[in-house]
Write a protein of this length. Sequence first.
Length: 322
Amino acid sequence: MKKSLVLPALIMVISLLLLTGCGGEEGVAEDESPIEGDETAEPAETSGTVTVTDQMGREVTIEGIPQRIISLSPSNTEVAFALGLGERIVGVTEYCNYPPEALEKDIVGGFSTPSIEKIVELEPNLILASTIHEEEVPRLEELGIPVLVVEASSLNELYTSMSLVAEITGVISAGEELIASMQQRIQAVQDVVSVIDDEDKIRVYYEVYSEPLMSAGSGAFITDVITLAGGINIFGDVDENYPQISAEVVAERQPEIILFPDYHGTADLVLEGMADRPGWESVPAVQEFRVHAMSDDTFARPGPRAVEAIEDAARIFYPELF
C-alpha cells in the first residue's frame, strides 16, 4: 500500500469498526437462525412523551411515537430492524448493508458524511446517530429533528443501545425479547466453554488491519466477542482500542488462533502476506494452519449478530466441544 493511502485507509477502518468488520441444552446449534426482527413492528406500547439519556450523555425527549426513522450507522440499522422497526425506517447510510431490506431504503450519505439536505427531505421524526456524528447532532436538532445517539463498545453497552431504541420507539417488549434471546444463546456458549481452565484457553490474535498491523485492545468490541467465546485476546491487555502492533510482537505472544476480517474477498492476499512476516514460522496458529477469515460485519459490528460471531468463534476455538 502506498504511504499516501495509509492514513485515509486507517481512518476508514477505525470508523467502520466503531460503527460497524438460543441456546440449546448442550452446546450451540449449527443451524441457529440469525437474530432478525420482523419487518413490521408490534403496536407501540408507549405514547405521549418519552425522555431518555442517550449514550452521549444527552437528554432526549420524543413527543409521540416516531414513525419515520433514519439510521446513520450500520449497527444502529441492524438494531432497528431486529426490533421490528423496518417499515418505519425511511433512510440509511451507504454502509448499512444488513439486513437485505436495508438496501431498499433511501440513502442519506456515508457513515461519516450524511447529507443534512437529504435527511430533511425525508421528513424524519427520529434520527439514530453515533458519536461520530457529533457535528451533525446540533445541526439536526436546530432543525427540530430529535436525535438519539447510541453506540456500543461492549456487549453490555449494546444491550443498553437496544433498550434505548426500543423505549424511544415504543417497542419495549421487543427490546426485552431481543436481549433475552441473545443472552440465552451466549449463555449456551458459556456453559460449554466454562469447563476449560484459564491456562488452557486458546490464545487469539485478531488482525484488524494488515498495513500497518493493527489489532484489538481491551476496550474493543472484538475483545468481548473473543472472551465470551472462551478465548484470550493476546492484545487484551492493551488500553488502546485498536493499537498498531508489530509482526515481531505477535510472534512473541504465540497465538494459537489467528482471525482476520475478510474485506470483500481480501482473504487470499492477507494470507499470502502473513507467510513473509518475521518470526511467524514459529507461531502455533501458522504451524497448525489455524488462520481464519471472519465476516467483518458480523464479528466487529456491535449489533444483534454479535451472538452469531460468538457462536462461530467458539466453534473455531474448540471444535471438539461443539
